[in-house]
Write a protein that binds this ligand. Structure first.
Ligand code: GTP
Ligand code: MG
Length: 302
């Protein structure tokens, strides 16, 4: 590796659920992006900044690219993913081992217009029982598009990530760091707190309420050695509100406890968290409602 300072932007791109956010957290050694078994977990472009030795890698986590169900939320997600690829120096294209789908074809089509170097990362290799299947799969995908390198990885277990990151650094331009060495994201604690609450909701209720809920922080302030946070969980229908609250408030209570613990770890302090559930009809299909709830185009330029 060269001794000159490298610094640049690296977009993590791929269909929903391939493990982009898991990879980002693993590379940073810290959880800043939420993950779940449900597709379309990530909704916002988010930077993960890693300063190692004299280099700075600015990872860009993106919502998964997908074709179907084109309501306002889906359009927003695709726009966010597309915009995140603009101006980057390297793309890490993630696919899942032995799990090629129509949506991967869509990503491939989007990548046709991309000029910057693309590294192919074949994720979730820990799931592969018969390792002899890896090489043919790897060749098959690499034949679909010219890539500068291919890495079979496990974002969950951390396999092959040092090698992947070494390659990324080599491809980054020689530049001074953009961010201070101690900064790890461009997002506020307020934003990350809302995301952690949403993660607990998706993980608990993903099957019942795919992605038709969102979280808005109403109040976030320090007082008496506590961070006091109150947040509204927006759903689309009264029936969904009943599900989120659960029997005698059991679901909301569990979500609140899990989220509070994660937020306390993130801010390294005590948190007092209050959650409210409110109904806003069809917010997922309504461009104005989306903007009000923080899904705005301004978000894309951050
Ligand atoms: N077995 C295994 N599972 C993984 C690995 N990486 C990610 N996963 C799982 O795959 C699921 C999706 O991971 P995410 O990181 O949320 O995927 P994503 O690409 O960010 O998804 P979207 O934000 O919806 O586009 C989660 O359940 C992860 O735990 C891996 O290396 N091995
Ligand atoms: Mg994600």
């Amino acid at each position: 590796m060269s001794t000159e300072k490298h610094c640049g932007y690296v977009a993590l791109v791929g269909r929903p659920n391939v493990g982009k956010s898991t990879l980002l957290n693993r590379l940073l050694g810290q959880k800043i992006s939420i993950t779940s078994r449900k597709p379309q977990t990530t909704r916002h472009r988010l930077l993960g900044i890693k300063t190692v030795d004299h280099h700075q890698i600015i990872y860009v986590d993106t919502p998964g690219l997908h074709q179907h169900k084109l309501n306002a939320m889906n359009r927003y997600l695709n726009r966010a993913a597309m915009n995140s690829m603009e101006g980057v120096d390297v793309i890490v294209w993630l696919v899942e081992v032995l799990a090629w789908t129509e949506e991967d074809n869509y990503v491939l089509k989007v990548l046709e217009h991309i000029q910057v170097p693309v590294i192919l990362a074949i994720n979730k290799v820990d799931k592969l029982k018969d390792k002899t299947l890896l090489l043919p799969y790897l060749q098959e995908i690499a034949n679909k598009r010219l890539v500068v390198d291919v890495f079979p990885i496990s974002a969950r277990k951390g396999n092959n990530l040092v090698e992947l990151e070494g390659k990324i650094i080599n491809l980054l331009p020689i530049n001074n760091p953009v961010f201070p060495a101690e900064q790890i994201t461009d997002r506020s604690e307020r934003f990350l707190a809302a995301e952690l609450i949403r993660e607990k909701l998706i993980r608990r209720l993903g099957a019942e309420l795919p992605y038709r809920l969102t979280v808005q922080i109403e109040h976030f302030a320090n007082q008496d050695h506590f961070t006091h946070i109150s947040a509204i969980i927006w759903v689309e229908r009264p029936g969904q509100k009943v599900i989120v609250i659960g029997k005698q408030g059991s679901v909301l209570k569990a979500v609140g406890e899990e989220a509070r613990k994660d937020i306390e770890t993130m801010i390294a302090g005590k948190v007092f968290l209050q959650l409210w559930v409110k109904v806003k009809e069809k917010w997922c299909d309504d461009e104005n409602a989306l903007r009000q709830l923080g899904y705005s185009n301004d978000d894309l330029t951050k």
